[in-house]
Design a protein around this ligand. Structure first.
Ligand code: THU
Length: 160
């Protein structure tokens, strides 16, 4: 028997002046994206902005549905849009922000397991880390790759 430990490293910013300019810009895009959410059931409006290595940004928001499981999270909307509309481009970062009652949440909102699964596949396909930037009023968390959010992940190699 072996015991194994998984460690995760991330940065936490309490002062946005310490953050790289590009990260702050992407957060602004995520907040803008949140305003496009269709969330009549949860009233929790989430936005995601994906940055490509050439500087292009695409946005996605959560899109809910009366048949609840049919809805899509913001991250999934954004990654699906990015992959389907820009097949040749390489995503390098994703920022996520959420509005509750029209106001940016106090705490950053971490992507759900399903969205992490979508993001890790793209990261692995690109063979390049995708930085994850999660923002709230109190702080912003920056994780350098999706990989560290998904230890013991299910990937295509499990299908072999
Ligand atoms: N949601 C997201 O869009 N992203 C997340 O990371 C967590 C949750 C959405 C799904 C649903 O529309 C609403 O937030 C409440 O769960």
């Amino acid at each position: 028997m072996k015991e194994r430990e998984v460690r995760m490293f991330y940065r936490e910013y309490h002062d946005s002046n310490e953050m790289p300019h590009a990260d702050k810009k992407l957060i602004e895009e995520a907040v803008l994206a949140a305003s496009g959410a269709y969330a009549p059931y949860s009233h929790f409006m989430v936005g995601a902005a994906i940055l490509f290595d050439d500087g292009t940004v695409v946005r996605g928001a959560n899109v809910e549905n009366a048949a609840f499981p049919s809805g899509s999270c913001a991250e999934k909307t954004a990654i699906s849009y990015a992959v389907s509309n820009y097949p040749g481009k390489r995503p390098v970062a994703i920022a996520v922000a959420a509005l509750s009652g029209g106001i940016l949440t106090r705490e950053p909102v971490p992507p759900c397991g399903n969205c992490r699964q979508m993001l890790i596949e793209e990261e692995q396909r690109q063979g390049h880390p995708i930085k994850v930037i999660l923002t709230g009023k109190e702080k912003t968390i920056v994780i350098d790759s999706v990989e560290s959010l998904m230890p013991l992940r299910f990937t295509k190699s499990n299908l072999l």
